[in-house]
Write a protein that binds this ligand. Structure first.
Ligand SMILES: O=C(O)CCC(=O)C(=O)O
Ligand SMILES: [Fe+2]
Length: 305
């Protein structure tokens, strides 16, 4: 019997069916010709001032050598108007993240589809000397339980999140290319990811890394002297993973700061462990108080002790 080794598939953006099959099989792939060099250069220019102004991270989520451009949809018109709404991203989300259910409203059957929304858009830049992140599933933030599907094959609907990472530079093993374990989206929640199982998703300008929320991956180590490795990330989740009433747009911050701590917490002005609900990487109340001098982990239980 032939032995097959895991690899990362590279598929042209015109082959939507091929991309979807690769994601079903491996939980990830690299899309070729997702975008062009001119558009990437534009996004790099739009994000540069924010990356340069960002603070070193203290804690375990990112190495201190990283910088972020948070709120990327606001800060890059190109990301917002070209990539977040890209028909290929929509097609992937429609397949893996959108949720359709039927139920009775009285005696009439209704079918509703909740469309994926962008949960976070952010540029990650790893500077020289930055260590690799630990392998993780991004959907840990949403407390997703993964059944072991290694024998049955992947059942669409297991994941509630998908990520799209567009490199701002050519990414290499040395400058911190994203690490990933193809096939790990099939693993049960109790299986330990091993570094030896991870491959490097090295990308050219114009490529896009696509993965499910349950695929183990990590930002790589940057062992170069001078190269900065940026990727522009767009992460989508089920559209209903939010509160029913959106009071945040209708309640002035000064008013919220007068509320009791218990009320602030009950109304969602604190974080959901480990990492949900921050504002430009600050806890919401710290952000509302205008405290922007330090950045660090939100939940100390995630630190590598
Ligand atoms: O920087 C990367 O390549 C990936 C970053 C990442 O996985 C994360 O921060 O969750
Ligand atoms: Fe991640």
């Amino acid at each position: 019997m032939a032995v097959t080794y895991p690899s990362i598939q590279r598929i042209d953006r015109s082959d939507v069916e091929g991309i979807i099959s690769a994601i079903v099989k491996d939980g990830c792939c690299i899309v070729k010709n997702f975008t062009d060099a001119e558009t990437v250069a534009q996004v790099n220019a739009e994000t540069r001032p924010f990356l340069d102004a960002d603070l070193p991270w203290k804690g375990d989520l990112f190495p201190p050598e990283t910088r972020r451009c948070a709120n990327l949809a606001r800060r890059s018109k190109t990301v917002r108007e070209k990539w977040i709404v890209d028909p290929l991203i929509r097609a992937c989300n429609a397949k893996f993240v959108d949720k359709t259910t039927s139920n009775f409203y009285g005696e009439t059957k209704h079918t509703y589809t909740s469309e994926a929304v962008c949960s976070i858009a952010v540029t990650f830049e790893i500077g020289p000397g930055g260590k690799a992140q630990r392998l993780h599933r991004d959907d840990k933030n949403y407390h997703v339980h993964h059944p072991d599907q290694t024998q049955t094959g992947y059942q669409v609907g297991t994941d509630i999140e998908m990520a799209f990472l567009v490199p701002g530079v050519k990414t290499t093993i040395d400058n911190g290319a994203t690490l990933a374990i193809p096939g790990s989206h099939l693993w049960g929640s109790d299986r330990i990811p091993k570094t030896e199982e991870a491959l490097y998703a090295e990308m050219e300008i114009g490529d896009c890394w696509v993965m499910l929320g349950g695929t183990y991956h990590a930002g790589g180590a940057n062992v170069t002297q001078h190269e900065k490795r940026s990727v522009h990330g767009m992460f989508f989740i089920r559209g209903y993973l939010r509160q029913e009433e959106n009071i945040y747009l209708a309640t002035p911050p000064e008013e919220v700061l007068t509320w009791s701590e218990l009320a602030q917490k009950a109304m969602g002005y604190t974080l959901s462990s480990p990492n949900i609900g921050f504002v430009e990487f600050f806890p919401p109340l710290q952000y509302l108080r205008g405290e922007r001098n330090t950045m660090g982990d939100f939940d100390e239980s995630q630190e590598n002790k």
